[in-house]
Design a protein around this ligand. Structure first.
Ligand code: PEP
Ligand code: MN
Length: 339
């Protein structure tokens, strides 16, 4: 429930109202904006009489909040959240480009790709070490060795890194990883999310294969409820009846999320489409739709990649896409008119 306080309300009456609400066992989050003060009531508001609150002198209006997420909700946090990914910012007008191979395969591969994507303008290097594969017989990633090689690339090339966690017991390996990815398949691994709420490191939370935006935001809420507010959402396509593409990129999720949440949003045109020839157009669509960043798979030799070669760009192709993205960013639907 949200209580909208009148402009120039008497501060003593406001404090009295807050104590009264707390006395009912509610948590009260006061958010003071430039023009409006809001009280976010958290807890069981089912017995609160809205009409009584609305009738108070200092109250402009009372609304029941339908959304069950609070921390991720833009209503309680009007300004965009800006997350620092090892020094590279995302959100609030900062655009972040993430690029790198689906899987870390060797030292030569990851360092070579890191150099190329950094030179092309990527701010963050991606690379999977623990790979969630549909088949248990497919390449499962280099695991701890893969993380070590990514850290090597980070040091050698001077670029922050992101990689996926699949098991909370692996967390000690991620100490020097700048951003931890939670993959689509783990979006509702609530124990993992809860544990990641206890750390103070940015988490990139991918959308589940067949999850609604609200379910996705509830998963963000699991992390944020633990006190970790550095959550980045990543739209990576959802399951539909269409088979021409690996998934269906839900591009409208970007403006929907901008309205519902203050968290930064990344579009991943690689997993969304499954085909390298579709990556440029969908990367541009993502950038123009108002996304705060892109995540693109880049491999030195896509036909021989150990995973996701069909959707991986060569470094030259990434160069071209990154340039094209920079060219369209001035036309992106951003700012308050997009809300
Ligand atoms: C990945 O980023 O390599 C990955 C496995 O993505 P997703 O979880 O979106 O399938
Ligand atoms: Mn992949």
């Amino acid at each position: 429930m949200i209580v909208l306080i009148k402009d120039h309300a008497d501060p003593i009456q406001l404090e009295n109202l807050i104590s009264w609400l707390k006395g009912m066992g509610l948590d009260v989050h006061k958010s003071v904006g430039q023009t409006q003060t809001l009280l976010g009531l958290i807890g069981d508001t089912s017995t609160v009489d809205m009409d009584v609150i609305r009738s108070l002198d200092i109250v402009e209006n009372v609304q029941r909040v339908q959304e069950p997420y609070k921390n991720a909700n833009r209503k309680f946090h009007r300004d965009d959240t800006v997350v620092s990914c090892g020094g590279a910012l995302i959100g609030g007008g900062h655009f972040l480009m993430i690029a790198g191979p689906c899987s870390v395969e060797s030292e030569e591969q990851i360092i070579g790709v890191a150099r190329r994507v950094k030179a092309a303008g990527a701010h963050l290097l991606r690379g999977g070490a623990f790979k969630p594969r549909t088949s248990p017989y497919a390449f499962q990633g280099l695991k701890a060795e893969g993380v070590r090689l990514l850290l090597e690339a980070k040091k050698e090339v001077g670029i922050p890194i992101i990689t996926e966690i699949m098991d909370i017991n692996h967390l000690p390996l991620f100490e020097d990883v700048d951003v931890i990815q939670v993959g689509a398949r783990n979006m509702q691994n609530f124990e993992l999310l809860r544990e990641l709420g206890q750390i103070r490191k940015p988490i990139l939370l991918k959308r589940g294969l067949a999850n609604t935006i609200q379910e996705w935001l509830m998963s963000a809420e699991y992390i944020m409820a633990g006190g970790n507010s550095q959550v980045i959402l990543c739209e990576r396509g959802i399951r539909t009846f269409e088979t021409a593409t690996r998934n269906t990129l839900d591009i409208s999720a970007v403006p929907v999320l901008r309205k519902l949440t203050h968290l930064p949003v990344v579009v991943d045109p690689s997993h969304a489409t499954g085909h390298s020839y579709l990556v440029k157009s969908m990367a541009l669509a993502g950038a123009v739709s108002g996304a705060d960043g892109l995540m693109i798979e880049v491999h030195n030799d896509p036909p021989h990649a150990l995973s996701d070669g069909a959707q991986s760009l060569t470094p030259d192709q990434f160069d071209d896409v990154a340039q094209a993205v920079r060219n369209v960013l001035p036309f992106a639907c951003r700012g308050s008119e997009a809300l």
